[in-house]
Unconditional design. Structure first.
Lengths: 263, 319
């Protein structure tokens, strides 16, 4: 691969009615890195995610994944190109087992259709078996091997987040987008999650995440991008961001305000 | 043998030999149950698996029946050959009408599909292209001929319908436990999450419609050749409601449930025919109670089972 970034956002703009949710945002994500997207509530972070994954169409600007424009593609095509995501509000298939939830991710790497399934052709059976193996492997990877028969809605909150990650990994992504993966997790679960994200990076998967837990972000991210009111106000390494005056102002409001954010 | 398998074998055996002791009237009742059962199974693909509120299934049934009637009476093509042709026409019709409405959700889709079945019925009454025979319909449709044997009596048709129902159950059971079947269920559970997991939701919804319509169209062939005369009255909105009710009452997404639903909804009113005045009242009350106490239907789908023959614990995932 050349040294072009895996993902490039250029002048990305999206407004809802009169509100500029994302305003001329440009940044690159290098292959193999972990990048954090941070900012106060309502800064437009999730909107950026929804633009990358095709849930929204940008008003202006360009999204290049591995050099290819994905700005107007539909979500399932983007997934098959290698971008997977989790949702801020967990969106599992609540009445299906953990295993079936992960099998959903395998779907885009399978080919069998109606007729092949009705006739149970040999290659269709082989494909099913391989999908099951992948699903179990990903469940083991996130540590949910024991829960594979459980219905998704009965899993604990933290485990539901892990299951979403397993489902995303089953699509065999090159780029993984995590929307507040530690939301609602206790300290122990967060620590397990940190290890998991590092392992995902070690599998060669680039990670972009939104997270409010600043300890987690500072610990694992190679680079940070900071948004405020839809505008990119800073980017750089965690050390640079920690001392950036605009970022401190954005998080704490007025310099003398009594901010209770954990930043 | 497992108890469930044993039960299935017993039911099939009873159904196979039952007509020997039954007179033509009761065999006709069973035929009617069988036709509705296959129709409801085909609707179950759309309504049960994919969760799309489709109340216009009689339209696809009508297209199939009329395709058979027209091609058979005008060109003399044998009825059984027309089965796949009628299915294709119904499927093509589904493709055309479902394509623009596939993104509609829940009640909105319901309203549009009611419109479709009414448009089809009125088009048939108005004798479109001079082919459908207007309100009188088409008569003189031939009987199916299988290896030189003319299928004519109620008993003959019973075995034809039974065989088709058995094939349908077998194929749809396989479909249920496949990539396609799961994709439809993911869509029913959460549309956005399904698309986000890489499933082309619009495509799969459309394929569900086409497949359901294809099957309903094939049932249309059997119906047309059994009645030998068809008219728009057989394909009203009420027929769609009955199919819809069978699926919801029996257990949407469950093949066993749909079959039971067809037996209850088509069979029970015949058994209690002497209480003609009150049976609809009892029927209505039973439905209300059902929806309160068993909202997922009488026999809701049982969870799929997967055979995993893998090493017990492995932390290593694929690349």
């Amino acid at each position: 691969m050349s040294n072009q970034p895996l993902l490039r956002l250029a002048d990305l703009t999206k407004s809802f009615g009169g509100v500029m949710a994302v305003n001329r945002v440009s940044f690159d994500v290098d292959s193999g890195s972990i990048v954090g997207l941070i900012g106060p509530n309502g800064a437009g972070k999730t909107t950026v995610f929804n633009l990358i994954t095709g849930n929204y169409r940008p008003d202006k600007g360009e999204i290049l994944f591995d050099g290819q424009s994905i700005a107007t593609m539909r979500t399932h095509r983007i997934v098959s190109l290698g971008i997977a995501r989790t949702f801020q509000t967990i969106r599992l298939f609540p009445n299906m087992s953990a295993l079936e939830n992960v099998l959903a991710g395998c779907h885009c790497r399978m080919r069998s259709g109606v007729i092949g399934s009705m006739l149970r052709l040999p290659w269709q059976k082989r494909e099913e078996r391989q999908a099951l193996e992948t699903a179990v492997a990903e469940l083991s990877f996130v540590g949910l091997r024991q829960q594979l028969d459980q219905v998704a809605r009965n899993l604990s909150y933290g485990n539901q987040r892990l299951l979403e990650i397993a489902r995303a990994l089953a699509t065999r992504p090159r780029f993984l987008i995590l929307d507040e993966p530690a939301g609602g997790m206790n300290d122990y679960e967060t620590q397990v999650l940190v290890d998991l994200i590092l392992q995902i990076r070690d599998r060669g998967i680039t990670v972009l995440l939104i997270e409010h837990d600043m300890n987690l972000v500072m610990k694992i991210c190679d680079n940070l991008v900071v948004l405020e009111y839809g505008i990119l106000i800073a980017q750089g390494t965690p050390e640079e961001i920690r001392t950036d005056q605009r970022v401190i102002d954005a998080y704490l409001g007025a310099p003398d305000a009594d901010g209770d954010e954990d930043f | 043998m497992k108890p469930a398998t044993l039960l299935n074998v017993c039911i099939v055996a009873v159904l196979l030999i039952a007509p020997i002791w039954l007179n033509a009237y009761w065999v006709e009742v069973l035929n009617s149950i069988g036709i509705y059962a296959i129709l409801a199974l085909s609707l179950n693909v759309i309504l049960g698996y994919a969760g799309l509120f489709h109340m216009g299934h009689a339209a696809f049934f009508a297209i199939g029946a009329y395709t058979t009637a027209i091609l058979n009476t005008q060109m003399g093509i044998p009825v059984l050959w027309l089965m796949p042709v009628s299915g294709l026409f119904a499927g093509l019709f589904a493709l055309l009408v479902a394509r623009p409405i596939i993104h509609l959700r829940g009640d909105y889709l319901l309203i549009v599909t009611i419109g479709i079945v009414e448009i089809v019925r009125i088009a048939l009454v108005n004798n479109v292209f001079g082919l459908t025979g207007g309100a009188n319909g088409i008569f003189g449709i031939s009987r199916p001929v299988l290896f030189g044997y003319v299928i004519r009596t109620s008993h003959d048709f019973y075995y034809l319908i039974f065989a088709f129902a058995a094939v349908t159950v077998l194929l749809f059971r396989r479909l249920e436990n496949s990539r396609f079947g799961r994709a439809l269920q993911y869509i029913r559970e959460d549309d956005v999450a399904a698309e986000g997991s890489g499933i082309n939701t619009a495509h799969y919804k459309l394929v569900a419609f086409i497949l359901g319509a294809f099957w309903a169209g094939m049932v249309g062939t059997i119906f047309a050749s059994k009645m030998t005369i068809i008219s728009p009255q057989s394909f009203t909105f009420w027929e769609s409601v009955i199919m819809f009710t069978i699926v919801i009452l029996g257990g949407s997404g469950s093949i066993r449930g749909v079959l039971l639903g067809a037996f209850l909804i088509i069979g029970l009113p015949e058994i209690f025919r002497e209480f003609a005045d009150t049976r609809m009242l009892v029927f209505g009350a039973a439905m209300v109670l059902m929806m309160i106490f068993r909202p997922r239907g009488l026999l809701p789908p049982s969870p799929r089972t997967y055979t995993l023959n893998l090493p017990p614990q492995s932390r290593q995932a694929g690349p």
